[in-house]
Design a protein around this ligand. Structure first.
Ligand SMILES: *Cc1c(COP(=O)(O)O)cnc(C)c1O
Length: 432
């Protein structure tokens, strides 16, 4: 009888054969640089495949050669990650940034034009504006407010429409959860693609994936992750991943082989452990985030909460949110009344929530984007993105939500200019 298991049911076993490892129920860490060939003929056959000198025979799998090219921990991890995004293939990396930079290096050549959504992760922004610029790759930044017609006009007005090669999107945007329509960008990619040149779309899905959004289903060619965040989920490793169709992934993997930026067997092993609980972690984080967001939204010291679960159902974004995501996620930010002074008072007073950058981990983290993650963005641009001195970002973890609300409530209670001393935690609890 055939049965199709859900991805979460396969995270403990898929792609691993205990009989090849003394029956160990979990994959051992294959802490080895190289692999022994049984015969010279076998070594020759493995290299022929690895170097693309011949096609795979039916049911033939690439044999193990050398840990920069392949390693069992790396391969099991890649096979399991493919299940969530229903991708042909996956390549894991030693960081999210190495995943992003490898993709951009592979798909952009000097003279090409890159379209990217703004704001993007600070490291991505730096790579686009410094490294890519220095090798002659021009770029155009778009925001969630741009329409399809406006973007097409921007590209045409650049005089480099025929050079558009790659569209890089990050949605929802950090830290304000602005949404970019992937399908709309697919139309733009099609508009500028020709028979000889396909405009490729890559989406950084770190904020919502791989559980709550699947960009490949909306027209993306590649989906990219900082696996440091939800996939790793315990703030104890740095890693990245790229997934997509076989043709594009072959290109990404070949470049990775020569840049040598694959993760270690130990990092892959940690990620395999993390994948087993990823879905339940993320679901609990989302449930907690809903409660914390509702509490903040009802607090007199909070001006605005940026959380997808609070979108107005009549807004334009709401339709896009429902189409592209299956959950509001566990990332939120809010404007505190006052400015940097009250924001800092709040952050300094938190007891349970730790003050640190990064996100998606089991512990809740808070930070001040204007002076921390987005300190490198020029002040006018920051203002345009709503990254004010009053903005605080929280990555919600798996703690008990009442403890999280208690912490936020007591920290808000210590800032100057509290408008209502009568405000009670009990009241807020009933509201959420
Ligand atoms: C953290 C992050 C990155 C970079 O990932 P590293 O693992 O730190 O290299 C890229 N994109 C987003 C959205 C991130 O949050």
């Amino acid at each position: 009888m055939k049965h199709k298991f859900q991805a979460e049911s396969l995270m403990m076993t898929y792609g691993y054969k205990p009989e090849l490892s003394e029956g160990a129920v979990k994959p051992p860490i294959f802490q080895t640089s190289t692999f022994v060939f049984k015969t010279a003929e076998q070594g020759k056959a493995y290299f022929e495949l690895a170097y693309g000198l011949r096609k795979k025979e039916e049911n033939e799998e690439q044999g193990l050669i050398y840990s920069r090219i392949n390693n069992p921990n790396l391969e099991i991890l890649e096979n399991r990650l493919c299940l969530w995004d229903k991708a042909d293939d996956c390549a894991v990396f030693e960081s999210g940034m190495s995943a992003i930079s490898t993709v951009l290096l592979e798909f952009l050549k000097p003279g090409d034009l890159l379209l990217f959504s703004s704001p993007v992760y600070g490291g991505t922004d730096h790579f686009i504006h410094h490294y890519l610029k220095s090798v002659g790759v021009d770029s155009i930044g778009i925001t969630a407010q741009h329409s399809q017609a406006e973007i097409i006009k921007l590209i045409e007005d650049s005089g480099k429409a025929d050079k558009l090669a790659f569209i890089f999107l990050e949605t929802p945007a950090n830290p304000t959860n602005d949404l970019i329509d992937i399908q709309m960008c697919k139309h733009i990619a099609n508009h500028f693609s020709t028979d000889s040149k396909q405009v490729v779309i890559g989406v950084d899905n770190t904020y919502m994936g791989p559980i709550w959004s699947h960009p490949l289903e909306h027209g993306a060619d590649l989906v990219i992750y900082s696996a440091t965040k939800y996939i790793g989920g315990h703030s104890d490793l740095i890693a990245g991943a790229v997934l997509g169709n076989a043709t594009y992934m072959n290109r990404v993997k070949v470049l990775r082989t020569f840049l040598g930026n694959m993760p270690s067997p130990h990092t892959c092993w940690l990620l395999l452990r993390s994948l087993e609980t990823m879905k339940i972690r993320m679901e609990q984080q989302m449930r907690n985030a809903r409660k914390v967001a509702a509490f903040l939204n009802s607090h007199p010291l909070v001006d605005k909460v940026y959380y997808l679960g609070l979108l107005d159902e009549a807004s334009k974004d709401y339709e896009l949110y429902k189409r592209q995501y299956s959950s509001p996620g566990a990332m939120l930010s809010f404007d505190i009344k006052g400015g940097e002074k009250t924001a800092f008072q709040f952050l300094n007073q938190l007891r349970l929530i730790k003050m640190a950058v990064s996100l998606g981990s089991t512990e809740s983290l808070a930070q001040h984007p204007a002076s921390m993650t987005h300190a490198g963005v020029c002040p006018e641009k920051r203002q345009k993105m709503n990254i004010t001195d009053s903005l605080i970002r929280i990555s919600v973890g798996v703690e008990n939500y009442q403890d999280l609300i208690w912490d936020v409530e007591q920290a808000l209670g210590t800032v100057d200019e509290v408008p209502s001393k009568q405000y009670k935690v009990e009241y807020a609890m009933n509201e959420v």
